[in-house]
Ligand binder design. Structure first.
Ligand SMILES: [Zn+2]
Ligand SMILES: [Zn+2]
Length: 304
């Protein structure tokens, strides 16, 4: 769907209300779509799930959270590629940011003529600057050859160095919390208060009270989940010790959902990520004793 088509679709959504003999047109409240673009955690490519990322689309405006490798294609498959307006990065592990620059570059190579705002921990601004430097030849040639507007002036990087308010427009209010994810210097979880519901994305985190506080009363909590019996690494190994200290066992993700009082828990950023290693039933069975609300095991391109 092209950007201009959204306007037409939006127009069709206008309803009419009879009022004192006249028909007054009133737009219904905008609804939000949450699409899970990639649902496996970790740096290794998987056969059955893509790298982490999700998009919230409100009306015609897309807010992407995390840009794992292949995010542009996942967006294209979901039919939301050209809705991109804002990007939020939770932290600078490669499974979450590898395609930050690539997504913007591919949007521009398609049809992008309007601004993109990118939000995330430092050194986000430097990363964008270096990305443009690395791709200077493509950028220069496409401006001359294809008449595209220069890309760097369209991209605004905003570094976040603390929890609290992030941004607000006429559709969403975004807040964040700093969450524990050793040894990453700054990891963020985001909350999106949309016109119709609130959606929280945990990013990568060890279980914490800050996560509970950010998710308090949310409609949907997308939380990372680790299936400890099949966690990578031998018991006692450095890898396994690191994973257990940096991530959240699925049971604890469910407990977080209960403590926060959310309605729906979406288990995503799954480790192990292959559906052949941990089944949906196993994820659900591990989470269910600790959360009585709706539980969804994430799959790529699932819309909630
Ligand atoms: Zn991760
Ligand atoms: Zn991480």
């Amino acid at each position: 769907m092209k950007r201009r088509d959204f306007i037409a679709v939006g127009g069709l959504l206008l309803g009419s209300l009879p009022l004192a003999g006249r028909r007054v047109f009133a737009a219904p409240p905008l609804t939000s779509r949450l699409i899970l673009l990639g649902t496996a955690g970790g740096p290794t490519p998987k056969k059955t799930r893509a790298y982490p990322g999700q998009i919230i689309v409100v009306g015609d405006r897309g807010y992407v959270i995390d840009c794992g490798n292949g995010i542009a294609r996942q967006m294209a498959l979901a039919g939301v590629f050209e809705s991109l307006r804002h990007i939020f990065i939770t932290h600078h592990h490669s499974d979450h940011n590898a395609d930050l620059g690539n997504l913007i570059l591919l949007e521009w190579g398609t049809n992008l003529k309007t601004p993109i705002d990118a939000w995330g921990p430092p050194p986000l601004s430097r990363m964008m600057r270096l990305f443009f430097e690395m791709n200077a030849e493509d950028l220069d040639v496409r401006v001359k050859d294809e008449g595209r507007p220069p890309l760097p002036p369209l991209v605004h990087a905003h570094e976040i160095d603390r929890g609290g308010a992030v941004m607000k427009d006429d559709r969403v209010t975004v807040t964040c919390a700093v969450v524990p994810h050793p040894m990453i210097p700054l990891a963020l979880a985001y909350r999106f208060d949309c016109p119709d519901r609130s959606i929280v994305i945990s990013g990568d985190t060890h279980q914490s009270d800050r996560m509970v506080a950010l998710a308090r009363g949310a409609d949907v909590l997308v939380h990372e989940a680790l299936y400890v019996p099949k966690a990578p690494g031998e018991p006692g190994s450095a890898l396994r010790t690191h994973i257990l200290a940096s991530h959240t066992p699925v049971e604890e993700a469910a407990r977080t959902a209960t403590e926060a009082g959310v309605k729906t828990l979406v288990l995503s950023h799954l480790v192990p990520g292959e559906t052949t290693v941990v089944s949906d039933d196993q994820w659900l069975a591990a989470a269910r004793p600790y959360f009585a609300g709706q539980i969804v095991v994430a799959h790529d391109l699932l819309e909630i």
